[in-house]
Design a protein around this ligand. Sequence first.
Ligand SMILES: [Fe+2]
Length: 166
Amino acid sequence: MLELEQFVADCRAALSADEPHGAIREVVARAVSEPSTVLRAVGEPRRAELRKIYRSGDLTILNVVWAPGMTLLPHDHRMWAVIGIYMEAVSARALSEKDSAPLGHQVIHSVTNPIPRLTGAIHVYGGDFYGVPRSEWDPETLLEQPSDGERTMRRFEEANALYAKH
Ligand SMILES: [Fe+2]
């Protein structure tokens, strides 16, 4: 049974491996291979959210729930990351339930939840996700701008407002 405290401890232990990114990926993959235990630990997703589970100078763990159709601006992290999906409807394979994916330091990416249901994922970052200035890119003009945490949280609330009308 996955306890969040145990998961955090496993991630912290993996940080001291020779290849922390790969070791964390194994921890996340093991966790999301049993989605029901992750759901018990983080709670059944009811709305879009970005919730902090753990934060330190060298590790950040978030629970992220994506609303149906929700899209985030292209952005970077400036630290490696592992994303593990523990809840998703049926197929649509890109990142599906039980999948985990590693992301390198410099990868610029956006996120779309293409399915008409909530998607839940554990995000583990190899650094202080909140303490590093990052960038976003306008999807039309491709202009780089500083990433803005409040703007991101507004996107989650806008997505919830739309979701509530379903
Ligand atoms: Fe991201």
